[in-house]
Design a protein around this ligand. Sequence first.
Ligand SMILES: [Zn+2]
Length: 87
Amino acid sequence: MLMIKERTPAIRTLRGWAISLLQEAGAIRECEEHGWMQDRADPHARERAFAEARREPPAGVSPDEALAAIVDVLASIGDTCSECPPG
Ligand SMILES: [Zn+2]
């Protein structure tokens, strides 16, 4: 039997956590056609995501680090899908 243990660097895990939290808060959404993440530019949704990150950071991650991961993801996501035609 093959035991494949996936190695997931902490940073990638943290980013994945941040993305799903932002999606749940409604701060970002996935393009239905292309799957790219889009920033919805909703300050209230962002605020919810920030509050949630501070309140419940992932295990072994400090609230500050969790918050930084959220900010990082937001900074890396555009407000439009890279493949959708503009407009
Ligand atoms: Zn698209």
